[in-house]
Design a protein around this ligand. Sequence first.
Ligand SMILES: [Ca+2]
Ligand SMILES: [Ca+2]
Ligand SMILES: [Ca+2]
Length: 616
Amino acid sequence: MKPRSALLLCVAWTSLAAAAAGAAAPGSQDPADAASFRARAPQDEIIYFLLPDRFENGDPRNDRGGLEGGRLATGFDPTDKGFYHGGDLKGVLSRLDYLESLGATAVWLAPVFKNKPVQGRPGHESAGYHGYWVTDFTRVDPHFGSEQDLHALIKAAHARGIKVYLDIIANHTADVIAYRECPAGDCPYRSHADYPYTRHGGIHGAPINDGFLGDDAPHQTAENFAHLTRSDYAYTPYVPRGAEHFKVPDWLNDPIYYHNRGHSTFSGESSTFGDFSGLDDLMTENPRVLQGFIEIYAGWIERFRLDGFRIDTAKHVDPEFWQQFVPAMLSAARAAGIPNFHIFGEVSTTEVDPALLAVHTRVDRLPAVLDFAFAAAVRQTVAGTAGTEVLARLFEGDALYEGGAPAAQQLPTFVSNHDNGRFAYFLRQLRPGISDEEALRRVLLAHAMLFTLRGVPVVYYGDEQGLAGLGGDQDARQDMFASGVPSYRAEQPLGSRSSGGSHFDREHPLYRAIAELARLRSAQPALRRGRQVVRSAGAAPGLFAVSRMDPEERGEVVVAFNTSTTAVSAQVTVAAGSRRFVALHGRCETQLSAPGSYHLEVGPLDYLVCSAAGEP
Ligand SMILES: [Ca+2]
Ligand SMILES: [Ca+2]
Ligand SMILES: [Ca+2]
């Protein structure tokens, strides 16, 4: 970095600290707010996403999940990043104050259902600490506590007006089913064309499943699936001895309810019909499977009065399943007195490709999808070197979603996650040698975009403590409590002098800055629900500006970001009716340059939030 920009960054850093120091005290518990949480729309939320195993250990007695033996039996090994570390639901409950002070209004818990504790071939085992290897869909994993613990957590969260979203899975179960043909578990995908349902082991095999007309939409009836009696069309699946009743509900133990076609290559038909790294891929086209999952998850809504579902691996399930599952969940929620139940699916991509995401809102009829395109665009523009026009192009794509731009306001946006990695990690990849001071500025700028641009912000746990990690997956799933994992212990978080200990510092500069952004967003209807109009974008790093129009058309909030390391000065178009601006963050000019034209000056890697809201 050049000396000049180092100086500018230093100045900017000081102003950040000053802004944080001037911020108001953590939010008070207003009973009126707490009582009215059910009335809030999905776009009014600030979501905090955490993995219960990695957040806080509230009860060491459940660390082994009630199991006996070594780590391969219990899954517990706090020194291994692929095993359980002891975090649990009581731990989350004990930190609700920390979440409320940050400004979180909803908590998204990684799956809490009972998992297969350990899976993987000898020497390559890891544990179900992340929750995505479910065996019992009806109960809480004992590593995380009990159903009573979940009730207690939800009750305590609701008392603070904080919603609770569960992460659910219908694409697969844990890896229990094996195939005779490949004892080592390395089964390549076998397609419908080469291995039709109507022949045993390929087109030259003996006729089986006479009268079964296939799994496509017109044939997804109980009558048709009654003809599917044998599951050995592609491979010969079996449930290993002793595991016959491993899964709950019991119908899940019958291989007939799975595709059994081998490993997904994540392309072509294998994307929906293949096993996700050996995880048993459910025959979601079968109405029995659909009905089974409707009962399972409607049951959770009724028992726990949840506020929403994040749907894992949504794009690997046939659209017809979601077309029926989603209305069933919304109806169960309405019946339980939950009018604003939010449902958002995971459609993973690393590209700025809103069309790919939008398809799943139009065809699958998912109400929302996680905005992976937003994450990619922020990565390119704030971590990388792309011009801000990437962001403008992203938002043009809002028209593609079912319901258009207003529906896009319900897309959960994020800059870090548990699979791809944290924003600070991407920064270090894309900008080798970046200083911690500059990295901190860019992480904050990314979060400023997250909180002020359209969509529902999702903070990935630990980002507010400057965690960066060394990559995706296990390397992005650090412990918030004192860790026994050497690589986690060795990490020096951005903006912090300590490492190795617990990460619940409410004085951390990112925690304070994110809390300030959360207050800003919560106080401004325009930032939560306002129509977004792009005012400025360019081919190079620099200014990106938008107006968020007040939902009642009483003015606008102008938000401007500078993704470059030199100050920018520009005129932007504003609404004809905007006459006077007040600063919500940074130095905003009060007066217009001329009707419809406003002057902005934004420091390096800084942002402004200027309001002309409240004017008719
Ligand atoms: Ca525990
Ligand atoms: Ca399997
Ligand atoms: Ca599937």
